[in-house]
Design a protein. Structure first.
Lengths: 313, 430
């Protein structure tokens, strides 16, 4: 639409139409430019600029006071000889698989259960969604009480005669990590459920009916109708899950701060302890860059794959 | 409509290149080279940045400024209070700003020495009182070149806190030596009470107090400082001795220690479910008045009588930025807060359970507990600050992991020390 009058104006220089048009055009240009430039400048200043800086800082040794010393990739090399880093990486992978996997499965399951209109369905949905509205620090407070040495879990265990199974859940290096995945899941499942519920609304009920007529079983209908139609929402869910898993921090920091002795350390808590709380800004930034690369990498790989599938399909 | 010839993509690319170029010039890490003597221009404004956020402390800080300005009407002081954790993170950039806060609250120790080494602190030698500060406190205020860069205003102490009424009920008395202490723990445990509180779930740093004291009592303050400074190794047999003594006391810690938060631990101690707590007087800060009157402490027991007794006395006070636009005003203020009057005024209004650093100052709210603490520190041959004040938080994290792991695996001492040394050196950048 815009191309036609532009060509006319340029080519023929029709008198009369031009002065006002050019005037308005340049004003539009200014406004449009402003729409692009102002947010971009802000974004540049608040997001890209610090991000680029942290890439640079990750190549230095810097304590925040003395001038930074450029050391190339030494900080990245240090990771491979750092036991705590390897532990944090392992824990992050466990976290990603368990927290990510279970929250997607749980969220999808709940969404399927709560999709059909039934009496009181809203109440059930609300109950599962409720944990999402709590701040994670509040969630952590509640679960700290549950996990206390004489808290709910241990009381129940001794009430049913399983005293020997009672543990200091958050203080035992064998259980600390898993004990924290649980409250994180408790919250995340409700969130994923809502995303899938929205996705299920887009599934055409006629397809289901037709398939039923053709004698498809409930599983077949789920596998060949519901799942493929959920693909767009699945992409969102995956991105959200990966990002949430890799940035998981609040719950661990408020419950154990990565302890006891790093047994529940995640990359995010380790990054915070070294780069923010501690004074190893270079190493801390290198960890932050790595977390960023992992997050973006996982998502890009998935997106590339699903795009290719869409093209071939 | 005519659009400018620059395509959107080209535009974005241009902007990106601009950003990248400036990122590579590393603006965020640049510390502007400034003469340490401050900028040429002078100002009357005096900004005090404080990390004392409690209501009493804030009022007391303001009262200090109000009284100061009465004596020096030419200055315009202003108080800026910031939450302690954020304050601590920002102080590094604050001190390197070209227009920094003029005066800041801080504490004695390794970080202040580091600031001084970088030339970030104002020389306050001319206002440091010749009389009133103990040699240890004066030493802690001095940088490597002999300049006074820190003005101490108050300190507290660490000790084994207990409740008098419970000790009376159980028929116990204060132990002096390690053997008496272990025997006491045994007696308490025999009565069905947990001998020692050590809530670790949110305050694993408390293990540093055990390490500090055991190391000070066994190996002395000189070795302790050298170890913390990285001149000695954690694999040294002398550190192994520290873990041996720590192992002796492990059975007397609360078995639920790792699952308890600091507040839960103090509550248990207050209720008499745990008998002793190696802590500072801040332990009782939130407790009711009748409990506060019931609290006492004893000195950390002596392990080796041949080692000169050192105590932990974390020292708080003020520093001034070397880049201040008002060096005269900053010095005048530092001189004022060094006086006994200023320190008494601050403690009177804040109501904090700490002792004035100037020995000519009296505690305005004097209690037997406070006097006992003052006498203990005054009688010490040497004074340390606390592990993370004598080093930094990176080293504290390494210590915490080692000390808590040793509680679970007391047989793996050698491996734990090797890891400790390794992580400590890495965190130091060696």
């Amino acid at each position: 639409m815009a191309a036609v009058p532009q060509a006319v104006t340029r080519g023929s220089r029709v008198a009369g139409a031009s002065p006002k048009g050019i005037l308005r055009g340049s004003r539009d240009t200014v406004i449009l430019l402003a729409f692009v430039l102002v947010p971009f400048t802000l974004e540049m200043f608040w997001t890209f600029w610090p991000a680029l800086n942290s890439v640079y800082i990750s190549l230095t040794r810097w304590d925040g006071i003395s001038p930074p010393q450029f050391i190339g990739l030494d900080n990245y090399a240090r990771m491979w000889s750092d036991d705590t880093f390897r532990l944090a990486l392992r824990n992050t992978v466990i976290w990603l698989v368990l927290f990510g996997g279970l929250s997607v499965l749980g969220g999808l399951g709940l969404a399927l259960l709560l999709d059909k209109p039934r009496r009181g369905i809203g109440i059930y949905r609300a109950i599962f969604f409720l944990p999402v509205v709590f701040s994670l620090v509040v969630t952590a407070l509640v679960w700290r009480m549950i996990y206390q040495p004489d808290g709910v879990i241990n009381s129940i265990l001794s009430a049913v005669g399983l005293e020997d199974q009672a543990k200091i859940w958050l203080g035992d290096p064998d259980t600390a990590l898993y004990a924290q995945i649980l409250p994180a899941l408790w919250r995340q499942i409700g969130y994923i459920m809502v995303l899938f519920l929205a996705g299920l609304k887009t599934v055409d009920p006629l397809l289901h009916e037709a398939a039923k007529m053709d004698g498809a079983s409930a599983f077949e209908r789920f596998r060949y109708i519901t799942l493929p139609q959920l693909r767009p929402v699945s992409t969102v869910v995956l991105a959200v899950t990966v990002i949430d898993a890799l940035r998981s921090f609040d719950i661990v920091w408020s419950l154990t701060q990565g302890g006891p002795y790093h047994s529940s350390e995640l990359l995010s808590t380790y990054q915070f302890a070294t780069g923010v709380q501690g004074s190893q800004l270079g190493y801390g930034s290198a960890l932050a860059v790595l977390i960023f690369v992992l997050t973006v990498g996982t998502i890009v790989v998935y997106l590339a794959r699903s795009l290719r599938e869409e093209e071939t399909a | 409509m005519s659009y400018p010839n620059v395509s959107r993509r080209g535009f974005l690319a241009g902007f990106g290149a601009l950003g990248l170029a400036s990122a590579l010039s590393a603006c965020a890490t640049a510390t502007p080279a400034k003469p340490a003597s401050g900028s040429g221009s002078t100002s009357n404004a005096l900004l005090l940045k404080s990390r004392e956020t409690s209501d009493g402390s804030r009022k007391a800080m303001q009262a200090l400024l109000d009284t100061f300005v009465k004596q020096h009407p030419q200055y315009k002081p202003k108080l800026n209070t910031m939450e302690a954790a954020a304050f601590q993170q920002q102080i590094r950039s604050d001190l390197t700003l070209s227009t920094p806060p003029d005066v800041l609250t801080w504490f004695a120790g390794e970080i202040a020495s580091n600031f001084a080494k970088q030339g970030l602190l104002l020389d306050a030698s001319s206002v440091f009182p010749a009389d009133g500060y103990s040699p240890q406190f004066a030493q802690l205020s001095t940088d490597a070149s002999g300049k006074k860069v820190f003005i101490p205003t108050n300190y507290y102490w660490w000790g084994m806190f207990y409740r008098k009424s419970y000790f009376d009920k159980w028929g116990l008395s204060e132990p002096k030596t390690w053997d008496e202490f272990i025997a006491l723990c045994k007696t308490i445990k025999g009565k069905g009470v947990i001998p020692i509180a050590l809530p670790l779930s949110d305050s694993a740093w408390l293990t540093a107090s055990w390490f500090d004291y055991l190391n000070l009592r066994l190996n002395g303050a000189t070795f302790h400082r050298a170890l913390l400074a990285g001149q000695e190794s954690y694999t040294d047999p002398r550190v192994a001795k520290v873990l041996d003594s720590y192992r002796e006391v492990l059975p007397y810690f609360d078995p639920a220690a790792k699952g308890l938060a600091f507040q839960e631990g103090t509550a248990k101690w207050q209720q008499g479910k745990e008998a002793m707590f190696l802590s500072g007087p801040f332990l009782a800060d939130a407790m009711p008045a009748d409990v506060k009157d019931d609290i006492s402490f004893f000195q950390f027991p002596i392990l080796d009588p041949a080692v000169p007794v050192a105590e932990e006395a974390p020292l708080d006070g003020f520093i001034a930025s070397a880049h201040t636009a008002n060096p005269e005003g900053a010095k005048a203020f530092l001189g004022y807060v060094a006086t006994p009057e200023a320190q008494e005024l601050y403690l009177k209004i804040s109501g904090n359970t700490v002792i004035p650093a100037n020995s000519n100052a009296k505690s305005p709210i004097s209690t037997p507990l406070l006097e006992k603490g003052r006498a203990m520190v005054a009688g010490a041959a040497d004074v340390t600050q606390f592990f993370n004040r004598d080093t930094n938080d990176d080293q504290l994290n390494v210590l915490t992991a080692a000390m808590v792991k040793f509680m679970d695996k007391p047989d793996e001492g050698a491996d734990i020390l090797k890891q400790w040394q390794n992580d400590s050196a890495k965190a130091r950048g060696n």
